[in-house]
Design a protein around this ligand. Structure first.
Ligand SMILES: Cc1cc2nc3c(=O)[nH]c(=O)nc-3n(C[C@H](O)[C@H](O)[C@H](O)COP(=O)(O)OP(=O)(O)OC[C@H]3O[C@@H](n4cnc5c(N)ncnc54)[C@H](O)[C@@H]3O)c2cc1C
Length: 415
């Protein structure tokens, strides 16, 4: 028994390993100061999503670059300012607080994930043509995998085809939820290149310039009553006889799923890191308003139900923080942290929705207005339980891995 406990201890991540170093704290303070000076006061302007908002975002992106805060998800050799996943997790507790800030700091989805796979799998030519301007914020991109006709949860069913003709791919297919496709310079398209191969070797990722003949952005699909503009759109895209050179293949032919896994793992934890910021902001708004608003002879803060919401939220947010920091630390150590990322993806998505919902409820009707950021946060949060894999699929992944380990006689260790 004792020996077993020691074995666990040797593998365990100490909480101290997850704490920010002085260097991270200093960087985080600079990000916070930037958010307070430039992001929060301009949120109503960003939300208008007009040309003035675009100009403001551009100006602030320049400022973030000048201050050495640009692209904190990428290493300096790729054009970013990142130290590690753990550093990025701590910074995102600030950046994630505003839905707009990721764009201003140059670490927005889906460009961040696309930059990472171009960095890892791109040829020198692809890096020069696509990655360099993408990381510099000169262009945007989209990731085109999900199709309306088949279940996105099970991408082995994808139908979009890329057929090789000489030195070219000819792509035909129909996608939707290609986020940010409106106004983007290129997309990374997941297409079936060998329908007879093993299911996970059938697809390939191909870089497709958005102005290639045959690429048609059919529409920006409105979600929750919001059409979006540019980066905030979720587009339906048709590919009809789209010809691109074979050199636009990302990685090897048939590597589509392998690369998607490389993209989605970090992409999921990036989302979760941002949600930590969203949860904490909603929590703070809930607590402040509960102290301020009076009903039935005293502040809402004195009602047991509201106290329960605050206590439950505090416990759940801290659980999410520690799970996320633990997964980030493991990734920094070279572990893929598949179970840890799947756990935090579904658990934090639920906590995010619950905390924002409680904060809206405490605000009463005001919670639905645009006088606080809560209504925007609420609308954006619901998708968290669906994009990059719905909750149910992540639970399935976690349970399967655990059961496999038990079936092999290894049990399951929480280290
Ligand atoms: C805001 C947003 C942005 C997105 N951006 C992109 C993007 O940029 N690029 C892109 O390619 N895609 C994008 N997507 C698509 C997203 O990845 C898919 O919606 C997701 O993978 C689920 O696929 P689906 O919508 O086809 O749902 P389906 O696969 O049809 O699933 C429907 C429901 O079935 C249930 N279900 C599925 N499998 C199981 C299971 N094994 N057990 C129990 N229940 C199950 C779940 O409740 C699920 O919600 C985005 C989605 C959203 C909401």
């Amino acid at each position: 028994m004792v020996a077993e406990a020691h074995a666990c201890d040797a593998n365990a991540v100490a909480i101290a390993d997850l704490r920010p170093t002085d260097e991270i704290l200093e960087l985080r303070a600079r990000v916070r100061a930037f958010m307070e000076a430039h992001v929060y006061p301009n949120e109503p302007a960003f939300s208008r999503e007009d040309e003035e908002a675009d100009a403001l975002v551009e100006r602030l992106r320049g400022l973030a670059k000048e201050q050495g805060l640009w692209a904190p998800h990428l290493p300096p050799e790729a054009g970013g300012t990142s130290g590690s996943f753990l550093t990025y997790a701590h910074l995102n507790e600030e950046i994630g607080r505003s839905v707009w800030a990721q764009l201003i700091f140059g670490c927005q989805a889906p460009d961040a994930g696309n930059a990472e796979i171009l960095w890892q799998f791109g040829t020198e030519e692809q890096k020069e043509r696509w990655l360099r301007p993408l990381v510099a914020g000169e262009i945007r991109s989209f990731f085109s995998m999900t199709e309306p006709e088949v279940a996105g949860s099970d991408p082995t069913t994808l139908r979009t085809r890329a057929v090789r003709e000489g030195d070219e791919w000819v792509i035909d297919g129909h996608k939707w939820f290609s986020s940010g496709a409106e106004g983007a310079a290129f997309g990374i398209v997941m297409a079936v290149t060998d329908p007879d191969a093993d299911p996970h070797r059938r697809a390939t990722q191909i870089v497709v310039p958005a102005d290639t003949p045959g690429v048609e952005i059919v529409r920006a699909v409105p979600t929750m009553g919001h059409r979006g503009r540019g980066w905030t759109t979720h587009c339906e895209v048709r590919y009809t006889g789209v010809r691109v050179p074979i050199e636009n293949t990302l990685g090897e032919i048939g590597d589509g799923f392998r690369i998607a896994q490389k993209r989605l793992g970090p992409g999921r934890i990036h989302h979760v890191m941002r949600w930590l910021g969203q949860m904490q902001r909603a929590f703070e708004l809930m607590c402040s308003y509960a102290l301020e608003r009076e009903a039935f002879g005293g502040p809402l803060a004195e009602k047991q139900t509201v106290q329960n919401w605050i206590a439950d939220s505090a416990a759940e947010i801290q659980a999410c923080r520690l799970l996320t920091l633990d997964a980030a630390h493991k990734i920094d150590q070279g572990d893929e942290a598949r179970v840890e990322v799947a756990v935090i993806k579904f658990y934090a998505a639920r906590v995010l929705n619950d905390v924002i919902d409680r904060a809206v409820q405490v605000h009463g009707a005001r919670g639905l207005t645009d006088e606080t950021p809560l209504s925007t946060m609420y609308a954006m949060a619901r998708g968290a339980r669906i994009y990059d894999g719905p909750d149910e699929v992540h639970r399935m992944v976690v349970a399967r891995r655990i059961l496999k380990s038990f079936a092999a006689g290894d049990g399951w260790r929480f280290d």
